[in-house]
Design a protein around this ligand. Structure first.
Ligand SMILES: NC(=O)c1ccc[n+]([C@@H]2O[C@H](COP(=O)([O-])OP(=O)(O)OC[C@H]3O[C@@H](n4cnc5c(N)ncnc54)[C@H](O)[C@@H]3O)[C@@H](O)[C@H]2O)c1
Length: 361
């Protein structure tokens, strides 16, 4: 089988973190939770280059990864690295407002596969020029909305598509968590609402956390400082009639809840990897309750193994076949960004109903 070369740009924790335990493609093993460890775990990809502007980040790579990636060359200029290494795959793990130029540059240089962190960008104009560049250059690109590689969400969408319990009507998500920041962490859940609704988001009514009335633009430098970014609530209408509610609240307690209301059942994603279903199509006394075990239901397809390794496996498969990665394509990530930006606009307009510029699918 063909092997591929890869390079990473930006060397923070999600890029080069390392768990103490070795991992495999098993769905039950700990997630690699970093790009560099996914490259270490994938038997057909060799990491040839790593780049960061900060010497300390490069030193950390040496301290953390030399035993596993002995030949990886280090760079402080990504253009120089792309020119010298000509990698097949590039990871873009810089702050959110710094994804666009790098993706466009890499696509124009002929990089075949791009693995870009989420959210895709901070403006729709940037997302559009990224999409234009990868489509014009026939580049395979995937965006790290990592829940798209988790079996539980595939099982949930299977319930939607198979109409096992009738049509999906309502999605309700609650993010009650210290880092309930709309762009940093919320993007994953807004993306899941789009994934599960399985239709274009049309319009929404949004609200930002108290004290963030002036937050009308996301600068992309969020992440480390929780107070730099608001949580957000939204009521979203999708083209197929599905309504979604997203409620976020920063809290030192932690719970994330996702519920799906179908015509004949309510399904709740439980923290233990199961979906608990309450049937509601009989009189209340006869309603039944059951749990779907997701590991059993989905099995161990390699690209569903876990988040980062799943993302890389799908990208490798795309390079093998010439197909485009289907699970988190840039146009889907643009839709999620459009939802986030529409919330800012709605709040600015006094919580008005605003149309979502979701672009073509
Ligand atoms: N998928 C996830 O669950 C997840 C988790 C954490 C972060 N992220 C995403 O990862 C990205 C990075 O976030 P972070 O908080 O780790 O960022 P960060 O600011 O902590 O680190 C980014 C690194 O990129 C480097 N960098 C910036 N511009 C560069 C350039 N032109 N060339 C080379 N290196 C450059 C910086 O020096 C820094 O070391 C963001 O898009 C963020 O949203 C995703």
């Amino acid at each position: 089988m063909k092997t591929y070369t890869a390079a990473v740009i930006g060397l923070s924790q999600i890029s080069q973190g390392r768990l103490p335990k070795p991992r495999s493609l098993s769905a039950t093993d700990p997630m690699p939770r970093s790009h560099v460890s996914a490259y270490a775990a994938h038997p057909r990809v060799k990491l040839v280059g790593a780049c960061d502007l900060m010497p300390a980040a490069l030193e950390k790579f040496n301290a953390t990864w030399r035993d596993v990636h002995p030949d990886t060359r280090l760079y402080s200029d990504y253009r120089e690295m792309l020119e010298a290494e000509k990698p097949d795959i590039v990871s873009v793990i810089t702050p959110d407002d710094k994804h666009a130029d790098i993706v466009v540059n890499a696509a124009n240089r002929g990089v075949r596969g791009i693995w870009c962190e989420k959210p895709i960008a901070t403006t729709l104009a940037d997302a559009d020029r990224m999409i234009e560049a990868v489509e014009r250059n026939n580049t395979a690109m995937t965006v790290s909305h990592t829940r798209r590689w988790m079996p539980i969400f595939h099982k949930a969408r299977e319930l939607v598509r198979d109409k096992t319990y009738g049509e999906l009507k309502i999605l309700t998500a609650t993010m009650y968590y210290s880092r309930a920041m709309m762009f940093r962490n919320g993007t994953h859940i807004f993306d899941m609402l789009c994934f599960l609704a399985d239709a274009r988001p049309e319009w929404l009514i949004g609200e930002l956390e108290d004290g963030f009335d002036g937050f009308d633009r996301y600068r992309g430098d969020g992440g480390n400082e929780i107070t730099s970014e608001p949580s957000a609530n939204a009521y979203i209408k999708f083209a197929n009639g599905v309504r979604a509610n997203m409620m976020m609240l920063k809290s030192n307690n932690a719970t994330n809840v996702l519920e799906m209301v179908f015509e004949n059942a309510v399904a709740r994603m439980a923290g233990d990897g199961q979906i608990v279903v309450n049937r509601v199509d009989g009189p209340p006394a006869t309603s039944t309750r059951g749990a779907i075990s997701v590991t059993q239901a989905i099995g161990h397809e390699d690209w569903l193994a876990d988040r980062e390794l799943g993302t890389l496996s799908e990208l490798v498969q795309a390079l093998d076949t010439g197909a485009k990665p289907a699970l988190s394509p840039p146009r889907a990530a643009r839709q999620t960004l459009a939802v986030l930006l529409a919330i800012l606009e709605s709040h600015k307009q006094g919580n008005a109903k605003v149309m979502i510029d979701a672009g073509p699918s």
